[in-house]
Design a protein around this ligand. Structure first.
Ligand code: C2E
Ligand code: MG
Ligand code: MG
Length: 432
């Protein structure tokens, strides 16, 4: 039987088992330790999905070449299929194996160009040292389990067999929940389970400033909340595809409103993962061209930290978005790393005050003072100020009194399905 993997020239699974048997016998005879290091790339599935199997093969081939350079002569190299590599190291104790595992992990992390994108893959690594009388297959199995323990930690880590933590229930539950959400996201992609809901943003004079597009995910009749699925989509890279889809859908809906005679902007949320991708500008242009909407009717909602990101690619994407004529808004302002002084450097026309400031109104006078100050500063910088999450008339009164320009919240309208927005706008006109 052939024992070589054609893509990398390494041993294949069969060759690996055969060689492990031979090395176990040698190590027992020489009384020298034998180490097995099992390396599994993190999120290889996403690489395959984003770049196709040819792209996936390219990644495996490049990593194979790097591994060969790094450990050539010191280890037997095997590819166990897919994205799993095994290194068999004769005369290698635990310390030495840990050091080598670290080197291999660093090798994986070096930037890797594929197409016009640069990936920074990571790996989960498991280590097992042969124990007296241990069966070769049991040794491989322990290395595989240690790798799995590293993966369960969220990937990008190294675990030695025997050191696997006895996972706390919380950790296991969380990892399982994330895996199940990831699974549901794939199902939703295949079954058309994603949709955009729209929540109107209303000016002090009652006119409509914009409608925010909010993604919804439904699988088998069950809805998963964005608070749960967006972080998983971001972690797994799926947000890139979802984000492209929401840009297009949102722009198309803005066009539909434009055709119906409404000058209502559609605000689309954009994640960091999208803005650090060189493909972002292309996706934005595609959405604008396909929808043929006036660019000023499309607005991108970004968190403040993205505006402060000085990496070339983010700067370039922001510059291109501005050049394309779309509006930019700072979402959830006032939380996280927000700093008022940063506002002067941010090329956004809108500031959305986080719900945290709103829920404590009207009682919390200090929060109101902060809202008033942020609003004043924003106005001086020429920005429109929106308050998010307004649920009561009292909150709205306090916010309008503080000078806020527009209100978004359940008090006026909950996010509604796409087909309901236009009738909702029309009924408001009719009622005036
Ligand atoms: P966000 O962009 O700050 O969106 C506003 C969130 O506040 C929405 O939650 C909306 O339903 C909720 N909200 C609005 N008014 C009220 C109110 O009066 N009371 C309360 N309690 N909540 C209110 P949702 O739809 O669950 O979305 C949560 C977050 O998920 C969004 O926060 C946004 O960060 C993210 N998200 C949603 N859709 C997308 C998307 O298409 N792409 C990306 N990247 N992120 C999205
Ligand atoms: Mg938003
Ligand atoms: Mg927000």
């Amino acid at each position: 039987m052939n024992s070589i993997d054609p893509l990398t020239g390494f041993l294949n699974r069969f060759g690996c088992i055969q060689t492990t048997m031979k090395l176990v016998a040698n190590s027992t005879a020489d009384a020298k330790p034998l180490a097995v290091i099992w390396v599994d790339l993190d999120r290889f599935k996403q690489i395959n999905e984003s770049f196709g199997h040819l792209g996936g093969d390219e990644v495996i081939e490049s990593l194979g070449a790097r591994f060969r350079n790094r450990v050539s002569g010191r280890a037997e190299l095997a590819r166990m299929g897919g994205d799993e590599f095994v290194f068999l190291m004769p005369n290698c104790d635990r310390n030495h194996a840990q050091q080598l595992a670290g080197e291999l992990a660093n090798t994986v992390e070096e930037p890797l160009a594929i197409g016009n994108l640069t990936l920074r893959p990571t790996a989960s690594v498991g280590i097992a040292i042969h124990e007296p009388d241990e069966d070769p297959l049991a040794l491989l199995d322990r290395a595989d389990r240690a790798m799995f323990a590293a993966k369960s930690r969220g990937g990008n880590s190294i675990v030695c067999s025997g050191d696997e933590p006895i996972p706390g229930r919380l950790g296991i539950t969380l990892a399982r929940e994330e895996l199940s959400i990831e699974n549901n996201l794939h199902t939703a992609l295949e079954t058309g389970g994603f949709s955009l809901h729209y929540q109107p943003i209303i000016r002090a004079d009652g006119s409509i400033e914009a409608a925010e597009a909010l993604m919804r995910c439904s699988v088998g009749g069950e809805n998963i909340s964005p608070g749960k699925f967006i972080p998983v989509a971001e972690k797994t890279g799926l947000i890139i595809r979802l984000g492209e889809w929401s840009l297009l859908q949102g722009a198309m809906h803005a066009r539909l409103l434009q055709d119906a005679g409404y000058h209502t902007k559609v605000a689309i949320n954009v994640s960091r993962a999208q803005l650090v991708s060189p493909k972002f500008t292309q996706a934005l242009h595609a959405a604008l061209v396909c929808s043929n909407v006036k660019p000023e009717l499309v607005e991108l909602e970004l968190t403040e930290s993205l505006f402060m990101d000085i990496s070339d690619i983010v700067q370039k994407n922001l510059k291109n978005a501005i050049a394309a004529g779309v509006g930019l808004a700072i979402d959830d302002f006032g939380t996280g790393y927000s700093c008022l002084a940063n506002l002067k450097d941010i090329p956004a026309g809108k500031l959305k005050l986080d719900r945290a400031f709103v829920t404590v109104l009207p009682e919390d006078k200090r929060a109101l003072a902060v809202v008033r100050a942020m609003t004043q500063l924003g106005h001086e910088l020429g920005m429109t100020i929106v308050a998010e999450g307004c649920e009561t008339k009292e909150q709205i009164d306090a916010l309008l009194d503080a000078g806020v320009d527009a209100i978004q919240g359940f008090f006026y309208a909950r996010p509604m399905p796409e087909e309901t927005l236009l009738p909702w706008l029309q009924s408001r006109n009719d009622n005036k």
